[in-house]
Design a protein. Sequence first.
Length: 242
Amino acid sequence: MNLLLLSNSTQYGRGYLAHALDKVAAFVPSGGRLVFVPYALADHDGYTAKARGALEPLGVDVRGAHEGGDPVALLATADAVFVGGGNSFRLLSALYRTGLRDALITAVRAGLPYMGASAGTNMAAPTLRTTNDMPIVQPPSFDTLGFVPFQINPHYLDPDPSSTHKGETREERLTEFLEENDVPVLGLREGSWLRVTGGRAALGGERPARLFTRGAAPRELPVGADVSGLLGTVPRFDSPAR
C-alpha cells in the first residue's frame, strides 16, 4: 500500500498543510485527480475549498467526495484520496453511510494512494479505539479501514509536569487501552507523520514518535526510524469491535 498518514493538517503558525507540503507534493501525483473526503467536519464545501486552496497550486485537481452525487463512483476516477481531519466518529459514520468505507478498502489495497490527517489517519488503523475525539454520533461499528495492523494516536501530547489538571494524561489513556487490548499504539506528535510504501514504514516530520506496547515502557522513536516491523503486528482486541 501507499500511505501518507499525518498527525495534523495545520501546524501552529503555519497554513493548512504547510508544514508537510514538500512531502505532500511528492506523494500526490501532479496533474492527477484527488478526491478529498470532508466528512469529519460539518461544512463539506468550506473544508473542500481549504484543501483545494492548498493542493491546486501543486497541480492537483481536487474534488470533494460530496460533489457530484455518488462518492463511490467519484472515488473510482481518482488518482489519490485525502481523508481530512475533524471528528473521527462523524467521519467513520459517514464512510459507512455513503459506502466509502468498503470502496476505500478495495481501492487502497489495490494501490490507490491514501493520505490522511488526524481523523483521516485514525481511519487507517484497525479500529477507532485510540481516537481523542468525543463520540458525537454512533457509527455502526468501531471497525475502520485497517490499512495498518496497529493503532495510531494522532496529536499525541506529552504529560505536562507543571499542570495542575488531575484528569488522565494521554499516556494514561493509552495505557488503559493496552490493559484491554494487545495492539501496539503509535503516538504521532504534532508535525509528524508515518509513510508506508509496500512493506516498509518510516517516521517523518519534525518530532519523534512514541510507541506504546503492552507490558513495556513507552519508547521514543526518532524521526526517520524504520518501523516496518509494526506491519507484521497481529491485533488482539478484547472483543469484536461491533
